[in-house]
Write a protein of this length. Structure first.
Length: 122
């Protein structure tokens, strides 16, 4: 007769039940971090492109509202995340956006870019 204390019939199931949640948390957390990094890169690209577009007076960016709309479309975030101002350095576009990952807690992303405007010559 086999001793019940030395039986190992369900040991693999118990080990999997212990390891699987930790492994899933690591994998999904890594995926969330990767998506957050992509969102940060898109936000940086959008503010740089929008400030450049506004500074050169390109067709999609004739005014500050259109420049913010251009940035929002490039980044894929709401337009109210962007502010466009004309300052001494040129056209300043800044953005602040709260990224909502699946597993990790929400965190803020921000980016700022200033592109110089060409001096007006007559």
């Amino acid at each position: 007769m086999k001793n019940i204390l030395h039986a190992d019939c369900g040991s693999i199931l118990v080990e999997a039940a212990i390891i699987l949640p930790v492994l899933l948390l690591l994998v999904l957390g890594g995926l969330d971090l990767g998506l957050g990094m992509v969102a940060s890169l898109r936000l940086n690209f959008a503010v740089e492109a929008a400030s450049r577009c506004g500074a050169i007076g390109a067709t999609p960016c004739p005014d500050q509202g259109s420049t913010a709309q251009y940035a929002a479309q490039a980044a894929g975030v709401p337009v109210d995340a962007f502010t466009v101002t004309k300052v001494a350095c040129g056209i300043l576009v800044s953005a602040s956006y709260q990224f909502q990952p699946t597993i990790l807690p929400a965190f803020n992303l921000s980016a700022t870019a200033c592109y110089p405007t060409a001096p007006v010559t007559s």
